[in-house]
Write a protein that binds this ligand. Structure first.
Ligand SMILES: *Cc1c(COP(=O)(O)O)cnc(C)c1O
Length: 408
């Protein structure tokens, strides 16, 4: 099956016992049993069944199965947000004294999470852009973490290359694929061990609920002496991480996604392929039109001027994704352009069906410090655009008009 067919007809879609086509919202905390013995068996994990929504819920399971299949994973665990999904993946694998090697990115919230992890004794080591990440691996490195497409720099993680040395070093590679989506690439197929998404963004697409997901590829050969947090789940072998995420970290920290959020995210997921096709086309048209004005410096992956253009072409079938940014010349001019746009919403989100625009230096990177902002490709005059599904001609007219008039 091709991408769009699989979204609607894939193996991950289980027929509902009550014949609903759309998985209904199981808006309940707990599940009732006729006999105490049956509930005991569920608690002992001898019998599959739902008991309590923090641990499992049919609406959430339906979404997990679809995302796991879509990413070619072994199993997926939904979380209350992209941040809790990232925290879950790291805390399932690492403990105090361990190090994370950070290789590409990061989203502002992820930087802040690294600081929290530092307080728990889990240190983050950054491999600077352009360096050889191998040089930063130490005895204590227990995870390599990177964003497939960082934003707004749009720096691309060369997953096959990093996965090769991660495999040799016996360290799992965790990829935050939020901005790429499985429509552009499947990190597990490229050699990553774990994929994380903020489903808040493209997977939902409607901007109506916060959520996240961790997908375990189920192939990493865990050495339980090196990864003692997973030792309790040794009997699951290669699937130990899935078991630990579900029955340990997510359950105990209480990071469950709400059933209504899972329902809305599932509806959004139906159209992921259609939306991404349209969004990538719109973003490419807009990037080229803005570049042609000669009045702003445009950053987009299909433009040959982008330093990661070739890697993106190789990994993403020539697509550039939905985010672009441009430098307006000054903060004042950036604000003037943003304020004069009529068909873009000023908001701090991305992956929405609507085109969203923001000045990252004064918002998303306000508290990150100069160095983090520069590393992310954020300057005082940077405007970030998350391109939506409107008609390309309308977006081009609006943005080119705003850029031309701000230059006068
Ligand atoms: C938004 C985002 C997150 C955090 O996700 P939330 O759902 O907002 O918690 C993590 N990584 C990336 C790349 C993001 O864009």
């Amino acid at each position: 099956m091709r991408f769009n067919t699989e979204l609607l007809r894939g193996n991950g879609i289980e027929p509902s016992p009550k014949r609903e086509i759309v998985p209904p919202i199981s808006q309940t905390v707990s599940f009732q049993y006729e006999r105490m013995e049956d509930l005991e068996r569920v608690f002992r994990r001898e019998k599959s069944g739902y008991a309590y929504t923090r641990v499992g819920n049919p609406t959430i399971t339906a979404l997990e199965r679809r995302i796991s299949d879509l990413e070619r994973g072994f199993s997926a665990i939904c979380c209350s947000s992209g941040m809790s999904a990232l925290a879950a993946a790291i805390l399932a694998i690492c403990q105090s004294g361990d190090e994370i090697l950070a290789v590409n990115g990061f989203y502002g919230g992820t930087y802040d999470l690294f600081r929290n992890l530092d307080r728990l004794g889990i240190r983050t080591v950054f491999a600077p852009e352009g360096s050889d990440p191998r040089e930063f691996v130490t005895e204590r490195t227990r995870a390599i973490l990177g964003e497939l497409i960082a934003n707004p720099s749009l720096s691309v993680l060369d997953v096959p290359r990093v996965a090769d040395f991660a495999r040799e070093a016996g360290i799992p590679l965790i990829v935050d694929s939020t901005t790429a989506t499985p429509y552009l690439a499947r990190p597990l197929e490229l050699g990553a061990s774990v994929v994380v998404h903020s489903t808040t963004k493209y997977i939902n697409g409607g901007g109506n609920s916060v959520g996240g997901v961790v997908v375990d590829g189920g192939k990493f050969p865990w050495d339980f002496a090196r990864f003692p947090t997973l030792a309790e789940y040794r009997k699951y072998g290669k699937y130990a991480l899935s078991a630990a995420l579900r029955n340990d970290v997510c359950e105990n920290f209480g990071w469950a996604l709400a059933p209504t959020g899972a329902f809305l995210t599932g509806i959004g997921l139906d159209t992921l392929g259609l939306r991404m096709e349209r969004i990538c086309g719109n973003a490419d048209a807009l990037a080229n039109a803005l570049a042609a004005t000669g009045k702003v410096e445009v950053n987009y992956l299909t433009l040959p001027s982008h330093p990661c253009h070739k890697t993106a072409q190789r990994l993403f079938r020539g697509l550039g994704g939905g985010i672009l940014s441009f430098r307006a010349g000054s903060k004042e001019r950036a604000f003037r352009i943003i304020n004069s746009l009529k068909r873009a919403t000023i908001a701090s989100n991305l992956g929405d069906v609507r085109t969203l625009v923001i000045h990252p230096a004064s918002t998303l990177y306000l508290h990150s410090g100069e160095e983090a902002a520069r590393a992310a490709g954020v300057f005082d005059d940077t405007v970030r655009v998350s391109v939506g599904i409107e008609d390309a001609e309308d977006l081009v007219e609006d943005f080119v008009g705003a850029v031309e008039s701000a230059a006068e």
